[in-house]
Design a protein around this ligand. Structure first.
Ligand code: AN7
Length: 379
C-alpha cells in the first residue's frame, strides 16, 4: 500500500486516539472509519428556549453501520484478529449483530449472531444477513441469547464481542473524547438510552480519562483549563440513563425477566454492566429514569420533524427523558446537555412509517393534480 505524505484522511477512532487505546499500533487494525460523528445543536425545540438550555445531539447513527456499536466493534475485532481469532460471536437486539457482521467481513473472519426471533428491526437483520454473518434466531429474548453466548464460548473457539468484552468499552469511550475535544469542556449533563449499560459506562471511562489527565498534568486550572489551549477540562458531566418503561431493571432495582418495549434495541431485562452502571450513577451524581413507549415515539417524531434528525426509537429515549427532566427543573435552566442518539432511524423503517403523521398522497401523473396537491398542503 502506498501512502501519500500530504494525505490527511480520517481513518477511524483507533488511529485518531491511538495513544489512549490498549492495542498494538503496529498490528493490523480493522476499521471502517467509525467515530468522528457530528454534535448537532438543537435550534427549534421551543422548550429549550424557554429554559435557556443548550441541547446537543451526538448523532451516532452516522457511524458506518448506523450505530455507536462500531466504536466498540473496531476495538473488539482488532483485538480478536491481533490475537489470532478466526470467529466472533454475540447476542444482539440488532445493532451489535449488524456491526459484528461488518467488522468480521472486513477482517475476513466468521461472525455468529444470536438474535431474538422476530424482534429485531428490519434494517438490522438486513445488515447482518448481507454482511455474511451466520444469523441464529433464538426463540427467546436478548437475555436468553446472551446466556447461550456465554455458555457456548466456553466450549467453542469463538471470541465474544458483546460489551462484556472490555475492548468494546475502550472503543466506545472515544465518544466522550470527541465531545470534550469539540466543546472544549464536558457538558453539564450527558443523557443516554440504557440497555446493557455498556455505553453509559464507556462514556464515564472516557470523561474520567480526560479529567484525570488534566488534574495530573496541571494544578492551576481549577477545572477551567478549557481556556488553555491543548488542555482538557477536569470537569465531568452528570450521567443520566433512561430506560424504556417495560424494560427498566435499573428503576425496578432488580432484573426484569420479560422485558417489553417497542424500542426493541433496548428490550433488555438483564443488563450485563449492572455494577458498573451503579458506579457511574454514584460517581457522577446522575440518575436513572424510565420513559413510556409513547414518550419515546413522540421524541423520535419531534427530532425528525423539528430538527431534521432521524434516529431509531431506542435512541430517542435519551431526548424523551431529557426534555421531561428539563421541564421539571431536575436539569436546571441554563445547562448544557448532550444526548446520545445511538442509532439511525433507517434501522427501523416500519416503526417510523407506522407513526408518521405525514400524508402519503397518490395522484395521476398530471400537472393539475400535482399543483392541487401542493396548494392544498401549503402551511
Ligand atoms: C440503538 O445491539 O444491546 O446500554 O445487542 O442498539 O450499551 O446496551 C443494543 C443496545 C441503545 C443500549 N441504543 O446500549 C445490541 C444492543 C441502541 C442500541 C442501546 C442499544 P447499552
Amino acid at each position: 500500500m502506498t501512502t501519500n505524505a500530504t494525505e490527511n484522511r480520517y481513518t477511524g477512532l483507533i488511529n485518531n486516539y491511538i495513544s489512549r487505546m490498549p492495542i498494538d499500533p503496529n498490528g493490523r487494525i480493522i476499521s471502517l472509519g467509525e467515530g468522528n460523528t457530528p454534535l448537532i445543536e438543537c435550534h427549534n425545540i421551543e422548550l429549550l428556549k424557554k429554559y435557556n438550555i443548550r441541547l446537543l445531539l451526538k448523532y451516532e447513527g452516522l457511524n458506518p453501520t448506523g450505530s455507536f456499536k462500531d466504536r466498540g466493534m473496531t476495538m473488539a475485532v482488532t483485538k480478536a484478529v491481533q490475537d489470532g481469532s478466526r470467529a466472533i460471536i454475540c447476542a444482539s437486539t440488532g445493532n451489535t449483530s449488524a456491526s459484528a457482521a461488518a467488522y468480521a467481513s472486513r477482517a475476513g473472519i466468521s461472525a455468529f449472531v444470536l438474535i431474538p426471533e422476530g424482534r429485531i428491526a428490519m434494517g438490522k437483520l438486513a445488515q447482518a444477513m448481507i454482511q455474511g454473518a451466520v444469523v441464529i434466531q433464538v426463540k427467546g429474548n436478548f437475555d436468553d441469547g446472551m446466556r447461550l453466548v456465554k455458555e457456548v464460548a466456553k466450549e467453542a473457539p469463538v471470541d465474544i464481542v458483546n460489551s462484556i468484552n472490555p475492548y468494546r468499552l475502550q472503543g466506545q469511550k472515544t465518544a466522550a473524547f470527541e465531545i470534550v475535544d469539540e466543546l472544549g469542556v464536558a457538558p453539564d449533563f450527558h443523557c443516554l438510552p440504557v440497555g446493557n449499560a455498556g455505553n453509559i459506562t464507556a462514556h464515564w471511562i472516557g470523561y474520567s480519562e480526560y479529567a484525570n489527565q488534566c488534574t495530573q498534568s496541571c494544578s492551576l486550572c481549577s477545572g477551567k483549563c478549557q481556556f488553555l489551549q491543548g488542555m482538557k477540562s477536569a470537569k465531568r458531566p452528570q450521567m443520566v440513563g433512561y430506560q424504556a418503561a417495560g424494560s427498566a431493571p435499573f428503576m425496578r432495582g432488580e432484573m426484569v425477566d420479560a422485558p417489553e418495549t417497542l424500542a426493541t434495541a433496548i428490550r433488555i431485562g438483564h443488563p450485563q454492566s449492572w455494577d458498573n452502571a451503579w458506579k457511574v450513577h454514584k460517581e457522577s451524581g446522575g440518575w436513572f429514569d424510565e420513559c413510556s413507549d409513547y414518550e419515546i415515539l413522540a421524541a423520535q417524531r419531534l427530532l425528525a420533524g423539528s430538527e431534521g434528525v432521524f434516529c431509531e426509537p431506542a435512541s430517542a429515549t435519551s431526548v424523551a427523558g431529557a426534555l421531561r427532566d428539563i421541564e421539571s427543573g431536575k436539569i436546571p435552566a441554563g445547562s448544557t446537555v448532550v444526548c446520545t442518539l445511538t442509532g439511525h432511524g433507517l434501522k427501523d423503517p416500519d416503526t417510523a412509517i407506522k407513526q408518521a403523521t405525514s400524508k402519503l398522497i397518490t395522484i395521476d401523473a398530471k400537472l393539475a393534480d400535482v399543483k392541487d396537491a401542493i396548494l392544498s398542503n401549503m402551511d
